[in-house]
Design a protein around this ligand. Structure first.
Ligand code: NDP
Length: 293
């Protein structure tokens, strides 16, 4: 019998594409730091479990070295390609994006990805390089190898540089986002330019930055909505039109996360989390790269 749960809402992107507002990530805990030639069967099984639970938004990246696992899991799951929203990102290959996308697609055993992202702006030595890379991303979209193109870890200054010469604006910026890193200026910029915010590390306040000022209030909301704190953090993203990208190696947790679709936070509750979150600043990823910002 099919798994029964409240469907995950979708978000419309600036190019008309529709994206499920909860993603299963294949980085962080799954990241392969070595050469990565050995296939991680545990990851393949976990992705298949996620797909079975109806996680149709799958987040990968060249640098995680887990594209082969993502590709195998999609194939073995037997899911129709058009049901999935598959992302990958370019990092090492940023100087030759036309080649990098082909390598990624080969590893993924796919003809196209739904979303292709420049993983970070740190690898560009000049504005011209960044703009050239974006032009290469536009060509990837024109060639049909990615339905949607975007960026990750960009600040307003990087987006401004990109937009100056862009023919197609980025549809997405995937950033670290949680109550202790709310990026208010960046989110305002996104709204103004119709760029969707995707949140990685959405559970950071629970997993890495605890204890902290939001804990007691999140616990009270968990009781009110009869869910785990994780689901409150995921819903806090969704209710602000932000798409959370989480992960877990545990089926029970993946199943529980889906409960974020069963309730809505009130505007007052969102504001309270934001106010409490403002009392602490915490960045889990790329601390050195953002030291000056
Ligand atoms: P989250 O903040 O959602 O954390 C997920 C992790 O939290 C899982 O490993 C899970 O572990 C753990 N967890 C969940 N609930 C609990 C709990 N109650 N107690 C303790 N641990 C818990 O996201 P991540 O930081 O892992 O990032 C998610 C994805 O985002 C990545 O896989 C990647 O795809 C993407 N990403 C993108 C980046 C970028 O630069 N664009 C950078 C970083 C991530 P368990 O397996 O034990 O359940």
């Amino acid at each position: 019998m099919a798994h029964i749960h409240t469907p995950i809402p979708s978000l419309k992107l600036n190019d008309g594409a529709s994206v499920p507002m909860l993603a299963y990530g294949t980085g962080t805990a799954w990241f392969k730091s070595g050469e990565g030639s050995e296939i991680d069967k545990t990851l393949i099984d976990s992705i298949k479990t996620a797909i079975k639970l109806e996680y149709y938004h799958l987040d990968g990246a060249e640098v995680y070295k887990t594209e082969p696992e993502l590709g195998s899991a999609i194939k073995e799951s037997g899911i129709a390609r058009d049901k999935l929203f598959v992302t990958t990102k370019v990092m090492f290959g940023v100087s030759d994006i036309a080649k990098a996308i082909k390598t990624s697609l080969e590893k993924l055993q796919l003809d196209y990805v739904d979303l292709y992202l420049i993983h970070a702006p740190f690898f560009f030595k000049s504005d011209e390089e960044m703009q050239k890379a974006w032009a290469a991303m536009e060509q990837v979209k024109v060639d049909g190898l990615a339905k949607t193109i975007g960026v990750s870890n960009y600040l307003p200054k990087h987006l401004e540089t990109t937009l100056k010469t862009a023919k197609i604006p980025p549809a997405v910026n995937q950033i670290e986002f949680h109550p202790y890193l709310q990026h208010k200026d960046l989110l305002d910029f996104h709204k103004k330019h119709n760029i969707a915010t995707f949140a990685y590390g959405p559970l950071t306040a629970l997993t890495k930055a605890a204890p902290g000022p939001v804990d007691d209030y999140i616990a009270a909301l968990s009781t009110k909505y009869a869910v785990n704190p994780a689901e409150i953090f995921l819903r806090w993203c969704i209710d602000q039109d932000v798409v959370p990208v989480t992960t877990s190696g545990k089926e029970q947790r993946l199943s529980d996360y889906l409960r974020c679709a069963t309730f809505k936070l009130t505007p007052k509750e969102i504001q309270e989390i934001n106010d409490l979150g403002d009392q602490k600043h915490y960045r889990a990823f790329f601390k050195d790269k953002f030291a000056a910002d």
